[in-house]
Design a protein around this ligand. Sequence first.
Ligand code: NAI
Ligand code: HPV
Length: 528
Amino acid sequence: MAPRVLISDALSPAAVQIFRDRGIEVDFQPALGKDKDKLAEIIGNYDGLAIRSATKVTPKILENAKRLKVVGRAGIGVDNVDIPAATAKGVIVMNTPFGNSITTAEHAIAMMFALAREIPAADASTQAGKWEKNRFMGVELTAKTLGIIGCGNIGSIVADRAIGLKMKVIAFDPFLSIERARDIGVEKVELDELLARADIITLHTPLTDKTRNVLSAEALARTKKGVRIINCARGGLVDEAALAAALDSGQVAGAAFDVFSTEPATENPLFGHPNVICTPHLGASTTEAQENVALQVAEQMSDYLLRGAISNAVNFPSITAEEAPRLKPFIELAEKLGSFAGQLTDTDIKTVRITYQGAVAELKIKALTSAAVAGLLRPALADVNVVSAPSVAKERGIVVEETTREVAGDYESLVTLTVVSDKLERSISGTVFADGRPRIVDIKGIKVDAEFAASMLYVTNEDRPGFVGRFASLLGDAGINIATFALGRDRQGGDAIALVEVDGVVPAELLAKVQAIPSVKQAKPLVF
Ligand SMILES: NC(=O)C1=CN([C@@H]2O[C@H](COP(=O)(O)OP(=O)(O)OC[C@H]3O[C@@H](n4cnc5c(N)ncnc54)[C@H](O)[C@@H]3O)[C@@H](O)[C@H]2O)C=CC1
Ligand SMILES: O=C(O)C(=O)COP(=O)(O)O
């Protein structure tokens, strides 16, 4: 069945065409994002959801999204998506991190000129027939200091354009290296210095717990008197009520806002103030940017839904379309090795160590590790999935270690998963043969050769004569057919392992009888 995608925001129709060309069914309902009840009602029918900022992907929407595999944000900010909730449900969230950055930077520059020359007010006055030539007196931008808060993709494009305008550019961004600052021609400063020196401040950070209210009442009080403030990033970065007061007092000479703490913004403390310019979240709204982000998100979502390729996901490592088919059998192997170990481990897991040897070490091991951890945790936590596994392990204090080695010994590729708990350390290794099927090749240092099957019985015993006969007749007497039988031992008379594929479920009474065979140490049913 072809995957189905819902577009619930005003994306460029170019996206619809891409989905159709790729053989994906698509419903284009550009106004749906604003109707959260309707969205919750129908989201269960879709594998993909393509959005801009009007659609809020809340836990409630995700709860109803039984088939959803991917949310694609045609744009940058993903603060309208509950990422932890999406991750917990195994939904990949991807954005288009560069498609609208030039356009948004240009909007900030446009806002700066509009503020400097009061263009909106001068336009309204002129068109009202007033010709108030003496009312409007602007400021020149050349040689003024522009303070950029958040100098990432958009911030650095703004810096480049401002330098072209002969402005002095300073930036506050804890993650901006001195070298990068030097390369792009900006002076890296602390926030206090930026506040004290900037004639114009422009914000370009995401909205996070750290950046919320970065321009608070206290910060605004520390700005240079007569500063102008531009926000084309996110509402909530500036305390709007405090800014309105600072405009009234003359501390701030003007403000240009594209984004607001509540959107759609139909009322706001900034509205109506003479030196305030507002646009309705238009930063990304150019034909070019919308085409870019729509095409890119549709391609990315199609690649994921059709080929398992992941790019620009905010909650999963990238996997190219070429890598995806090579990874697939190893993802299955990693998940099953994890599941094997998880089903055998009753105690608290402290550490899981995964070693990748040979050809597999060249693949995207992050994705394999996520799969292994998901398999490991699933016997205890049914809801865990490949996307959520790393964060679930972290929450539970489980240390996940990865090692790669070039040489795999007997196999082209070997994956070894070791679980460490207070009581024991247990390792299991597997590989993928040329047929693409994962196999178990080593358990606790004992060589075996078995495929994973839906229903298995794992028995550890002392290597003594008579075990196999008694075991097989117990199963036969109980009407349980043995499909495959793999045996291994560390040495003659030492520890032995039987890994048996059975048809159907092993009843508890039969398990008890197997456990009662004198040489048996442990018998455990496993399901894959
Ligand atoms: N108005 C609009 O229509 C649009 C708004 N945006 C907004 O612009 C924001 C920035 O976009 P990009 O530049 O592409 O993102 P980016 O991730 O490239 O840059 C963000 C920068 O903020 C910095 N940062 C993070 N925490 C900080 C903190 N506590 N203090 C100072 N700096 C901090 C980061 O180090 C990074 O360099 C987006 O998150 C989005 O919310 C993006 C596109 C359109
Ligand atoms: O890309 C972003 O982060 C934006 O804020 C653009 O929002 P929009 O797609 O225009 O609703």
